[in-house]
Design a protein around this ligand. Structure first.
Ligand code: 6R9
Length: 654
């Protein structure tokens, strides 16, 4: 095979940081040289952004790779760092969370409030017999109590395992059993698409098969009637009655902070374990550096769910460790109307927005006039995470949300990495639409070929991390072998992320999708991302997914599914014409090798619960159906696929 991964897309646009942002940026270009000069000293300096009860003796112990220990001997309390120290510094009245319920109800929670709520929850959990090292499962909607529950666990040294509120009873059961959780924290339900959506019945079903669970704490959110078992306790009758005084005890820097399950191609989800000191150091630093967070003036909003790592690191721990003010929204972006997000930006004067490409492409599909109907002038920085962002989606984001001038930071990282790893620095980097650009200061990433050799500029291959980093996963819960096997065995001495990537002619990094999705067409490894980006660069396409389907001549052939933009005419002949045009457009943009054999116009794509496209399902469609002359896949058949799929993380799930 000639190449590990072909480099087909050539993007020449580049945008320098706005002068004012660059002049006042939290982090300047010097950080790169400083970190390169002495990486461990650099991370030690960042750890100094936190309050430690006991200073560490050693920054990194890497004597037993891949099992890292960061800030060895240090002791700290995560909740103290996120709450108490801000209150002690006189910032108790600062708003921590502007909470917006989907029905439009609101709560304003200051740092003093959040501190009191967390102390109460810590006392209540202690009362229930939870002690340091115990596991607590959290299955909640996007209500402030979700953050409180996490912080309360951190405060008493219990390890939380947040399970996304959309998961089934089976998925919840597996996760509770794997971690042998002692307590489950849930709610009667939450609001979703304009109506109450129950959670408690799912917990009842799961807990019936989980003997480790002693108590279930239930937040009242919807007020709907719920069945009650002997293990159940209302949050408002326990937590809200508990004392608001609680002294935070420091824990070892390597004390387990949380487990978060991520899926793999095998059925059994992996419990990714994160610990205390290194994790908090890197989430705190990256929130400061990548979002240029100014806690006195910024209003930050991350639209992720708390059930994903993005919610852990950039709703709870990163922003709160920085003393930031943020928005937290319970519901969906189109309830009660498609401008809900922009209405929220306007209402709370959001200045930093962190969202996902899937959201941006959905907004593109809905039309430019929707964001145009709101005052978005409070925004000063835009971020993206979760999937490769196609250059045109990046441009749309900058243009229609960022008024044509705001910096967009495309941030690459994973549940496993714990924090942002590859991203522009908004006051430094001249960004290119669609590229995550460069590893952050203190991070050593590379793109390598099959043999683990660094590829030259212009080459494609596998994304690896060459040096340990503070917020790295420590293991897979209960399965050290699987940890070594999955991440550290593909290439000697390197962490294998499972993503394809390329270096452009300037050495900037472009993420090309999961390597499992790479298509092998006539001996060329072609990335799904590049073909999708070529499709999205056509003015009639909002979103696209491509897969390799078995083909007698070429090995695999490219089959594409494309969602047309708002007003595109796709009926009958117009659809046929568009398809022909799109095939030629891809061939023109990337070369004839990337020309899709077939393109289907669809209304929706199957996505995981965190918004990542499930290409495996589309591959099934592409291979098993006699596609023949079918040019338009029925919306409902993709919808069926969506509802039968239960994706959670990077690829397939349960
Ligand atoms: C934070 C998060 C991780 C996988 C990762 C990659 C994809 C995330 C990306 C990106 C391209 C980006 N991914 N950010 N791909 N550009 N900026 O999403 O964690 O749910 O564990 O998924 O998501 O494939 O390997 P997680």
């Amino acid at each position: 095979m000639s190449e590990a991964l072909a480099n087909l897309l050539n993007e020449t646009r580049q945008f320098p940081p706005p002068a004012e942002l660059a002049a006042n940026a939290n982090v300047t270009v010097d950080a790169y040289a400083e970190a390169a000069g002495d990486r461990l000293a650099f991370w030690a300096e960042q750890a100094g952004r936190l309050a430690w009860a006991k200073q560490w003796d050693q920054v990194l112990d890497w004597s037993n790779p891949p099992f890292a220990k960061w800030f060895v001997g240090g002791r700290l309390n995560v909740a103290y760092n996120c709450l108490d120290r801000h209150v002690e510094a006189g910032l108790g009245d600062r708003v921590a969370i502007h909470w917006e319920g989907e029905p439009g109800d609101t709560r304003t929670i200051t740092y003093a409030d959040l501190h009191r709520m967390t102390c109460q929850a810590a006392n209540a959990l202690t009362e229930l017999g939870v002690t340091a090292g115990d596991r607590v499962a959290i299955y909640l909607p996007m209500v402030p109590e979700a953050a409180v529950a996490m912080l309360a666990c951190a405060r008493i040294g219990a390890t939380h395992s947040v399970v996304f509120g959309g998961f089934s009873a089976d998925a919840l059961t597996n996760r509770i059993q794997d971690a042998t959780a002692k307590v489950v924290i849930t709610a009667d339900g939450g609001y979703r698409r304009g109506k109450p959506s129950a959670l408690k019945p799912t917990v009842d079903e799961a807990v019936a098969n989980c003997p480790s669970v002693e108590h279930v704490l239930v937040v009242r959110r919807t007020g709907e009637e719920v069945a009650w078992t002997a293990k159940d306790l209302w949050w408002h009758q326990t937590v809200e009655q508990a004392s608001t005084e609680h002294a935070a005890e420091p824990f070892d820097a390597e004390h387990p902070l949380f487990i978060l399950y991520t899926s793999g191609t095998t059925a059994r989800p992996k419990g990714i374990l994160h610990t205390t000191g290194g994790y908090l150091t890197q989430v705190s630093y990256t929130a400061h550096a990548v979002f240029d967070l100014k806690p006195e003036t910024d209003v930050y909003w991350c639209t992720a769910d708390i059930g994903w790592v993005t919610g852990h690191s950039y709703i709870v721990y990163g922003p709160l460790a920085n003393g930031a003010t943020q928005v937290m929204y319970e519901g969906t972006p189109d309830t009660p109307h498609k401008g809900r997000f922009w209405e929220i930006v306007d209402k709370y004067q959001v200045s930093i927005l962190y969202t996902a490409p899937t959201l941006i492409r959905t907004m593109m599909k809905w039309g430019d006039d929707i964001p145009a109907g709101f005052d978005l002038s409070s925004l000063r920085l835009l971020g993206s995470v979760g999937e490769p962002i196609n250059p045109e989606a990046w441009m749309w984001y900058r243009q229609h949300v960022g008024g044509g001038e705001l910096p967009v930071v495309d941030t690459w990282w994973q549940t496993e990495t714990g924090a942002i790893m590859i991203s522009p620095l908004p006051g430094v980097t001249e960004t290119k639409p669609g590229s995550a650009m460069t590893p952050l200061p203190g991070i050593v990433a590379d793109v390598v070929d099959d043999q683990g050799q660094s590829v030259p500029n212009g080459g494609g291959g596998y994304l690896v991390l060459r040096e340990p980093w503070p917020s790295m996963l420590r293991t897979i819960w209960g399965d050290d072998n699987r940890f070594v096997e999955t991440y550290w065995s593909r290439f000697e001495g390197m962490y294998f992320a499972g993503d394809g990537a390329k270096k452009d002619d300037d050495g900037h990094i472009w993420l090309l999708g999961r390597v499992d999705d790479v298509m092998l067409v006539s001996g060329h490894n072609i990335s799904t991302t590049e073909v999708e980006s070529a499709l999205v660069s056509h003015p009639s396409v909002a979103e696209a997914a491509v897969v390799g389907a078995t083909d007698p001549t070429t090995g695999q052939a490219i089959v594409a599914f494309a969602i047309p933009r708002g007003t595109t005419d796709t009926a009958g002949e117009a659809g046929e014409k568009l398809i022909a045009e799109l095939r030629n457009h891809v061939a023109k943009t990337l070369g004839p090798i990337a020309k899709p054999r077939q393109i289907l116009l669809v209304a929706e794509l199957p996505k995981t619960r965190s918004g990542k496209i499930m290409r495996r399902l589309l591959r099934d469609v592409a291979e098993n159906r006699s596609l023949g002359d079918v040019t338009t896949l029925q919306d409902s058949s993709v919808m069926e696929l969506i509802s039968s799929g239960m994706g959670g993380g990077k690829s397939d799930e349960d």
